[in-house]
Design a protein around this ligand. Sequence first.
Ligand SMILES: Cc1cc2nc3c(=O)[nH]c(=O)nc-3n(C[C@H](O)[C@H](O)[C@H](O)COP(=O)(O)OP(=O)(O)OC[C@H]3O[C@@H](n4cnc5c(N)ncnc54)[C@H](O)[C@@H]3O)c2cc1C
Length: 510
Amino acid sequence: MSTISTREHQMFPVLSPAQIEIAQRFASGPVTRFAPGETVYVIGAHDVPAWLVLEGTIEIVRRDGLNREAPITTHGVGEFTGEVNQLAGRPSLAAGCAGPAGCTALPFDAAHLRALMVGSDSVGEIVMRALILRRVSLIEEGGAGTILIGVPGMPDVTRLQNFLNRGGLPNLLLDVRDDDDARALVERTGVLPEELPLVVCPSGPLLKRPTDEELAACLGVVPTIDPERLYDVAVVGAGPAGLATAVYAASEGLSVIVLDARAMGGQAGASSRIENYLGFPTGISGQALAGRAFNQAMKFGAELAIPVTVERLECGEAALTLFCAGDRSLNARAVVIASGARYRRPDVPKLSTFEGSGVSYWVSAVEARLCAGQEVALVGGGNSAGQAVVFLAPQVKRLHLVVRRDLSQTMSRYLIDRIAGLPNVEIHIGSEIAGLEGEGASGLSAVILRNRRDGTLHRRAVRHLFSGQVGCCDVGRTGTPARILEARRPASPARHHNRVGSRDTQSACR
Ligand SMILES: Cc1cc2nc3c(=O)[nH]c(=O)nc-3n(C[C@H](O)[C@H](O)[C@H](O)COP(=O)(O)OP(=O)(O)OC[C@H]3O[C@@H](n4cnc5c(N)ncnc54)[C@H](O)[C@@H]3O)c2cc1C
């Protein structure tokens, strides 16, 4: 059941006259009149306000990069336009034009919309919920955001799908082999097979096999970082610890920026179901948890810049300076390093050859679709591996779980019990991956398991290997305490140059 079919009344709430009166106090500009059919805002425009309709109607449409248009809704009196992008002035994913009788409406730019959320708990809650549900619906429908054109399972297609999905950015993959519109666009633009996937941004630009950073820039989701501005708090890492920091600091009225090299949610964003996090008795997926925290941070005005890699920290007298990839830098009074764990890859020959074409460190819906009905192997005995087994097993033919030690030494009891109830899971205790077989182009075809006790080798014909990574620094449970560095320096005038997250950084700047 789609969100729009079950929660339409919450997605498109109608404010009562009393609630309209409350909302009016937070408007960012005067009442504006639009003639019948006049454009109120277009897809891809930055800083589009949310409009509260006072008379008439505004018709909302979504359009994908191939110019396929679909109506979303018609807002009448007492309804707000917009979705979560309006909280941060990010490019609009939909377009609005005045209905046949025209309309009058009140604008709420990002700052005033956030002020409404915080200033009026009753109206703020209604509007916030509506904005989030509209985004959820756009993600489910897929047609309002970025179009990817390529072949499902291509490493770059999977990478970009994961980047968009983890960022909560609506997207749709068209298989160039059997979608006529997609093939026609590829032929018309002369894109070569090696330049796929082709990415069509909602505002029109075409990108050939972009990096995550290039795609983010095209989508306008990374705020411009002003090197002259002094933030109260800069947070490195948008995992649970970083996002929690952002929510608490921003809700105290501090100016906050969060930077993450990869995606919101950090490791937790990879979890199919977190069941031991306080307050979620039925469990919550890591992405849903991260999405909620992300929107909460935005509501209080935190800026979130993803993907941005922080490369260096310099501790000055009056400020701390973070130097980021792409020649960007920013200053802050305090820096919170919530960079989580660093990982090393398992030591298996040819592992990197198959990364993206059979070997994954991630189990999301994208990977699950690719190996549906097939035989797969999964390495690891921790809770994250256990969650992946519970998520994957019902979707695949057979799952080989490869672990060095008995599961009771490394995995929570509830996961061990659940795995025991899965008939298609074969557990290889005391085993490890000794080798991988396959050709680069066609991907992985088999894994070789080694029994660590007697050294015997066993071959399993699997096309997908999921591997946990081996942590080389300690991470605790969700919400690992972050490290806080402040600009108040000891007497020494020396300046320190450190890599973020290293032991040196902690000791030099604490
Ligand atoms: C699959 C999986 C399932 C899990 N399930 C559970 C569970 O059920 N219950 C539970 O309690 N825990 C679970 N965990 C563990 C939990 O997710 C982690 O303990 C938690 O995410 C740690 O949070 P964190 O914010 O400290 O760090 P992380 O989540 O690791 O986030 C750190 C972030 O910092 C970013 N970063 C690092 N360096 C830089 C840099 N130089 N510049 C910019 N950004 C940087 C990273 O990209 C990352 O997004 C699971 C972990 C995984 C992988």
